[in-house]
Design a protein around this ligand. Structure first.
Ligand code: NAD
Ligand code: MG
Length: 403
């Protein structure tokens, strides 16, 4: 083609892990706006398989992944009837296959929770461009995950809006250390969730629907509860330390109720760079998909006159003990963040299922962190073992309390 002055580039192939979720659907919305640039390679779903079927019919992926053989048979039957040749894969092996497949260019890691760790790592180990929404994977396996990114030459792009904002405000080469690039600290913004001003004694009676009604963002139920307890910001604090090679004291949480500034970077010369935008995950998704270029995301332009004011507050660790627990877990290190994450997942599930009160979520996590012996993270198995053991301790807490 040299000398012809034009190239015909084929679209990038994308696997969307967790396609039926909030991030998965936003990703597919952006992809659908750019069919010349992106082609869906694989879609995975765990629940809402009717939704997965509809998405397959729209995006015609080469593979779809479902949890069981019975699900696979049912989906295969329906897709064949619709004239599709999508191949259906099953379970963890299927997730790993579509994450590491030689024909995949980029993987959107948007499964919620620890279930996303193995396929996300499989994508990293295959040297893919990895769009990381699944913060729990990085929180659990921190050093192991980041070492694999370097070893296998993967390109890791943050999807979490705060981390994507920080990434946009950082200079190149920050991976070698923030101080060497003149960065004093990164400022991680937090909306404070729906209970920022709720009287403390009312937190006891909060219902799952109240906890999931986030003032600014529309998200899956687990991350919505995490936002209400502010464990989401605790997990993001740990995520920021790993992603940006930052020491915990270089990350500061700033409560900013409007969710317009998505995070900031503070430099030694006094400059503070921020990324702003409407709270819509299609912005970080489009940014990471097209990086280092820019594409349309479907997000409305920010109207600063409508926003009118931006407020900032210090986080209240007494109201939100999960912030302290996350800070403690990253300073203990080793398997402590995996234990924190696992205990939180069990506690949130119990809360959503009506088996634990909202104010018991941090109590369960703290009890598990106190009981669990922390070890160094040497391989994936020790992370998974810490995860299993912490889940056992959290379930035992629930049983002891008659749930
Ligand atoms: P969601 O609950 O809406 O979707 C989760 C997806 O994971 C679904 O497709 C579901 O089928 C799949 N899934 C669930 N359990 C699974 C399992 N055991 N095995 C395989 N697949 C499974 O969640 P979400 O809000 O889209 O969040 C996804 C991830 O992105 C989370 O880690 C969350 O912290 C992160 N994130 C979300 C947002 C947001 O705005 N929603 C923002 C930042 C980060
Ligand atoms: Mg976030």
């Amino acid at each position: 083609m040299v000398g012809l002055g034009c190239y015909v580039t084929s679209p990038q192939t994308i696997t969307v892990l967790g396609a039926t979720g909030s991030i998965g659907l936003s990703t597919l919305d952006v992809i659908a706006r750019h069919s010349d640039r992106y082609k869906v390679f694989a879609l995975t779903g765990y629940t809402r398989l009717n939704e997965l079927e509809a998405l397959c019919i729209i995006h015609k992926p080469r593979f779809a992944v479902v949890p069981t053989e019975a699900n696979a048979e049912a989906l295969d039957h329906k897709l064949k009837a619709a004239g599709l040749s999508t191949q259906i894969l099953v379970g963890e092996a299927g997730l790993d296959e579509v994450s590491a497949h030689p024909d995949v260019d980029a993987v959107m890691a948007a499964i919620v929770g620890a279930a996303g760790l193995k396929p996300t790592l499989a994508a990293v180990r295959a040297g893919k461009k990895v769009l990381l929404a699944n913060k729990e994977a990085l929180v659990m396996s921190g050093s192991l995950f980041m070492q694999a990114v370097i070893k296998y030459g993967a390109k890791l792009l943050p999807i979490d809006s705060e981390h994507n904002a920080i990434f946009q405000c950082l200079p190149t080469g920050y991976e070698e250390g923030l101080s060497s690039k003149g960065v004093r600290r990164v400022l991680l913004t937090a909306s404070g969730g729906p209970f920022r001003e709720t009287p403390l004694d009312a937190l006891r009676d909060v219902t799952p629907d109240q906890a999931c009604a986030h003032p600014n963002w529309s998200m899956g139920r687990k991350i919505s509860v995490d936002s209400a307890t502010m464990m989401n910001k605790g997990l993001e604090f740990i995520e920021a330390c790993w992603l940006f090679n930052a020491k915990p004291e270089q990350v500061e949480i700033v409560v900013h109720p409007q969710s317009v500034i998505h995070s900031l970077v503070d430099y030694v010369d006094g400059s503070v760079l921020a990324q702003l935008g409407n709270p819509d995950m299609r912005t970080p998704i489009a940014h990471a998909l097209a990086w280092p270029e820019r594409i349309e995301s479907g997000v409305n332009p920010l109207d600063l006159f409508a926003v009118a004011r931006l407020d900032f507050q210090k986080p209240d660790e007494q109201r939100f003990p999960c912030l302290r627990l996350a800070r403690e877990a990253i300073s203990v290190g080793g398997t402590a963040p995996a234990v924190l994450n696992a205990a939180n997942e069990v506690a949130v599930e119990a809360f959503l299922g009506g088996r634990a009160r909202f104010d018991e979520i941090p109590q369960i996590i703290e009890a598990v962190l106190q009981q669990e012996t922390v070890s160094a993270v040497t391989d994936l198995e020790c992370v998974m073992q810490a995860d299993r053991h912490a889940r056992g301790l959290a379930s035992a807490w629930l049983e002891r309390h008659g749930r």
